[in-house]
Design a protein around this ligand. Structure first.
Ligand SMILES: Nc1ncnc2c1ncn2[C@@H]1O[C@H](COP(=O)(O)OP(=O)(O)O)[C@@H](O)[C@H]1O
Ligand SMILES: O=P(O)(O)OC[C@H](O)CO
Length: 495
């Protein structure tokens, strides 16, 4: 006993991490799976791959840790959010591939929603925008396009779930059809103020409500795993969407605390306490976590391309072989050149929400080369974060609080990027010792429910700083550079 197994089911890989009683990592297993792009702007996963890699990495991590299933006190799950799965309740088989959060196939329908003036209702109930990013219109698409799906759903034969919900169904052998409030908050079907599915929005999308899972707190009883899976039933006691789990893992428990995660994309969440702040700057209102029936709200800024721009330097431009090489390149970039890269590869997320524009590079000279491109790529992540922070500060100004920024995710390994981030936002950036904050958040939710991890205050006290990046850039340079970025974004959107 005394160990927690955290499942982190992400966009490109599934991971399982065993944490010991002191919340330290004992073993990790990771497996990638195929991405399917059947049409322009479409992104799908085979739900059976998500399940197979999850089950496989769980077994591998337990084995690597040298533990028996009996040593695992509980499971915590965190997952890529919004990704939409519909399955047959009898067989547990998905009726269509998982439609991934990045998928834009419902852009036209979202435009119709906006043209018909339904966006105000959607924002008022769900805190979200009428954008294809969220699950609701993806679920409607499946019901509209898979033969007989809506009738089967009306007969109660089909279940809908985000990835957490599908995994729990599989883990429990179909005994539990549940989700948590943070995942529900990303579906565009959930009233985040009333804490229940919105009948009005389900009716608008013609979604039979019987398909929807039951919504629980983030630390709750989500069911027991099938006895044959790990040799013994293990309780699932914690669930949160990955960005919310990182908010918990970073111990952003007080209003005004903020974390920003730099993986493929970047997602910044600002804790706004028990107030669901309505953004005037096109940020999302969401649930950061829900404990003891009480939701804690957050403002969220979502950027679709952060570390992905580094992947593009590697796989698209092929000017680097490893992500870490960007550091040395950026260091030797010509300081007199001002190359600006707007990485709108799939349009722009918050605060612009422009699905149609595509990326652009400005300020090229005859002397521009890989070094200037690498620096521009890393800088684009800092500029986009500043866009989010400015929007957040405008929405959060009422309290006068200056949010402190805690960062995590693969790209925070880049000291150069973190220094530029501090420079361009003009505020300190704190990087913790624990790199796996997302998995830790899920583990803590399950572990404190199991009674082996400390309470919220004890957990927060455990947060340890690796390094603070203090702003060093001259104020006038900071202003000039950011003004150039804003001009570049405006030009990109009007191209
Ligand atoms: N040293 C580095 N410098 C710049 N970017 C990096 C570095 N190391 C990793 N990255 C970027 O971080 C991302 C991976 O982070 P990760 O948190 O694992 O993402 P995800 O969970 O979205 O797959 C990749 O896009 C990669 O390009
Ligand atoms: O799987 P990640 O880490 O890319 O996170 C995806 C987000 O949850 C999408 O909203």
């Amino acid at each position: 006993m005394g160990h927690i197994l955290a499942i982190d089911q992400g966009t490109t890989s599934s991971r399982a991490i065993v944490f010991d009683a002191a919340m330290q990592i004992k073993a990790t297993a990771q497996e990638e799976f195929a991405q399917h792009f059947p049409n322009s702007g479409w992104v799908e996963h085979d739900a059976s791959d998500l399940w197979a890699t999850t089950a496989g990495t769980c077994r591998a991590a337990i084995e690597k840790a040298g533990l028996a299933p009996g040593d695992i006190a509980a499971i915590g799950i965190t997952n890529q959010r919004e990704t939409t799965i519909v399955w047959d309740r009898k067989t547990g088989e998905p009726i269509y591939r998982a439609i991934v959060w990045q998928d834009r196939r419902t852009a036209d329908y979202c435009r119709q929603l906006r043209d018909a003036g339904h966006d105000a209702l959607i924002t008022a109930r769900t805190g979200l925008l009428a954008d294809p990013y969220f699950s609701g219109t993806k679920l409607k698409w499946i019901l509209d396009n898979v033969d007989g799906a809506r009738d089967a759903a009306r007969r109660g034969e089909l279940a809908f779930g985000t990835v957490d919900s599908f995994l729990i169904w599989k883990l429990t052998g179909g005994a539990a059809h549940v989700t948590d409030a943070t995942n529900a908050a990303r579906t565009m079907l959930y009233d985040i103020h009333k804490g229940r599915w919105s009948r009005t929005i389900c009716d608008l999308f013609d979604i039979p409500m019987d398909m929807l899972p039951e919504v629980r707190d983030c630390a709750a009883d989500f069911g027991m795993t099938r006895p044959d899976l790990f040799g013994r039933p293990i309780p699932i006691l914690g669930v949160a969407g990955d960005q919310q789990a990182a908010t918990v893992g970073q111990a952003c428990f007080a209003p005004g605390m903020m974390k920003s995660t730099y993986g493929t994309g970047c997602f910044a969440l600002l804790n706004t306490g028990n107030t669901a702040v309505v953004s005037k700057n096109r940020l999302l209102t969401t649930i950061a976590y829900q404990l003891d029936g009480k939701p804690t709200y957050a403002l969220e800024g979502s950027i679709f391309v952060a570390g992905a721009v580094v992947q593009w330097l590697r796989d698209g431009l092929q000017i680097i072989r490893h992500a870490r090489e960007t550091q040395a390149l950026a260091e030797r970039a010509d300081p007199t050149q001002n190359v600006v890269l707007v990485p709108a590869f799939v349009g722009l997320g918050a605060p612009y929400w422009n699905a149609e524009c595509r990326g652009a590079v400005f300020g090229l000279t005859r002397g521009s080369g890989p070094a200037e491109m690498a620096r521009a790529a890393l800088e684009s992540v800092g500029y986009q974060t500043r866009d989010l922070l400015e929007a957040m500060q405008a929405d959060w100004a009422a309290t006068g609080a200056e949010p402190t920024l805690r960062v995590d995710g693969g790209m925070t390994a880049s000291d150069w990027s973190m220094q530029f981030l501090a420079d361009i936002i003009g505020a300190p950036v704190d990087r913790p010792v624990m790199a796996e904050t997302t998995a830790l958040g899920a583990a803590w939710l399950a572990g404190q429910r199991a009674g082996i991890y400390p309470d919220q205050a004890g957990f927060a006290a455990n947060w340890a700083l690796d390094r603070t990046f203090a702003p060093q850039m001259d104020e006038s340079l900071r202003t000039t550079k950011y003004a150039a970025w804003k001009r570049a974004v405006a030009a990109t959107m009007s191209f």
